[in-house]
Design a protein around this ligand. Structure first.
Ligand code: ZN
Length: 233
């Protein structure tokens, strides 16, 4: 049997070994999406052109006949889907602009938006992660439009992700946008890399949470939030 080629990176780490070690254990290295400095020096059109070319190559290597009517448009479709849709949240220019409104009703209880649908992709396998996000904040005098909360969730979901990082990124962005520490996020998601391959578990879901400010320090606030999201309509 042919020995697996040893591939060392500049730090002398055996990359094949490192990839094997990660395996199906979804670990992430940072709260920031690992992006290179030059990530957006190429424009979207060039990115799509190159991805199309390389995806065609992947299909060719798999032995697929790209002359087939059903397949010939696939590389272009995949390239467009990656750049314009499912990974469009990598590009800061697509970040939703958030306008703050004065909290005229003097509503100073928590606001909860629950069951926000999101679709993301696991950065280790590039297959979907999808589920619901539940978000709460306590206004410090400003509020944002409800649909902006959905847009913030979607923006960070449209990246190759790990669920833990996605949850923290949404929480931190809401803190920044609202100018308050009192933010909570819970995400409950299915990972297709767990359900459709690997251990093929179709019944488990993964829950992650982010608690800041009062939600972090006040158990009553946290429990109130948890109670609201468990209410059925
Ligand atoms: Zn995965």
């Amino acid at each position: 049997m042919k020995q697996k080629e040893t591939l060392l990176n500049s730090a002398g780490i055996d990359l094949n070994q490192a990839i094997d070690d990660i395996g199906d254990d979804h670990i992430s290295s940072s709260h920031d999406t690992p992006l290179r400095e030059d990530a957006f020096e190429m424009d979207d059109d060039l990115k799509m052109e190159l991805i199309e070319k390389h995806f065609k190559e992947i299909m060719n290597i798999l032995g697929m006949d790209l002359k087939d009517d059903s397949l010939k448009g696939t590389p272009k479709r995949v390239a467009k889907m990656f750049v314009k849709e499912v990974f469009s949240g990598l590009n800061p220019k697509n970040k939703p602009e958030v306008k703050l409104f004065e909290n005229k009703y003097k509503y100073n209880e928590m606001l909860v938006e629950k069951d926000i649908t999101f679709f993301s992709h696991c950065e280790h396998h590039f297959v979907p992660i999808y589920g619901k996000a539940h978000v709460a904040y306590i206004s410090n005098g400003n509020v944002i439009g409800l649909s902006k909360i959905n847009r913030i969730v979607q923006y960070f979901a449209k990246r190759p992700q790990v669920q833990e990082r996605l949850t923290v990124q949404i929480g931190n962005e809401l803190k920044n946008a609202l100018g308050t520490d009192d933010v909570a996020v819970i995400m409950d998601a299915d990972h297709m890399c767990v359900s459709s391959r690997g251990v093929s578990d179709t019944s488990s879901s993964t829950v992650t949470s982010f608690y800041s400010g009062q939600f972090e320090h006040d158990n009553q606030k946290r429990n109130e939030f948890l109670k609201y999201i468990s209410l059925s309509r």
